[in-house]
Design a binder for this molecule. Sequence first.
Ligand SMILES: Nc1ncnc2c1ncn2[C@@H]1O[C@H](COP(=O)(O)OP(=O)(O)OP(=O)(O)O)[C@@H](O)[C@H]1O
Length: 256
Amino acid sequence: MGAIRVDGLGKSYGAVEAVADMSFTVERGELYGFLGPNGAGKTTTIRTLTGQIQPDAGTVRVLETDPATEPIETRERVGILPEQQSPPSFLTPREYLEFVGDVRNLDSDRVSERTADWARRLGFENKLDTLHTDLSRGQQQKVMITQAFLHEPDVVFIDEPLANLDPLVQEQVKRFLVSYAAGDNAVFVSTHNIDVAEEICTRVGIVADGQIVTERSLAGEDGGGDGNDESLLEVFLERVESEDARDLPSLEQIDA
Ligand SMILES: Nc1ncnc2c1ncn2[C@@H]1O[C@H](COP(=O)(O)OP(=O)(O)OP(=O)(O)O)[C@@H](O)[C@H]1O
């Protein structure tokens, strides 16, 4: 019984086949990295897993629930940090997080407590009552991270978790994600950042043309891994390099 189960998922937009016969499972305790080039189908997969769009084919289950038909259950047990989304410009972080807590059925004392904790942890205590429109991109990202974890979800989907964060906060967030997954939760991270995936993920799936082309176990916290010496970057380039990219000159050729 996986925390996330995707079986034969297919999704097209008109003539564009974004995801084709995709299957994978993520267990509790895993920090799973979803790696792939632009247009590989990562966002489309996350959108089906979070009930934002319906699959054309196959099944998706999050905590044994169908996110498209049971969105309320999903909302209470799942956290989402969507791609390139900002908190509402006309609200302050405190107001927005109160709203998120309300939607997720948290009592207001817990919301205040967790808001204060997160603001302290990520260093935005002095911005809690400032309108989002007056916050920097990085400060807005901190609020988005907070909303994803506010209700201590069992499963979290995060698109580019470290976008716009300074190196110090990046380190804190990376450590938090590792410890959160280790606490019997499933953390699913979509990213282009191969180094970060290699550093924090327990397992990665490499996506190309709407399918997982390979999966790899990494060292993670337990020092495990699948004993493969090839770097993740090498595996990535090998598996997703397109015909077009192969035709491009190498950097050495350009220098010459
Ligand atoms: N709303 C849409 N209408 C039409 N085509 C779409 C739509 N959304 C995505 N696509 C197409 O589906 C394919 C997969 O897109 P998707 O956004 O899932 O990729 P991605 O892996 O998240 O890419 P990126 O890393 O660039 O964010 C692409 O070819 C894209 O152009």
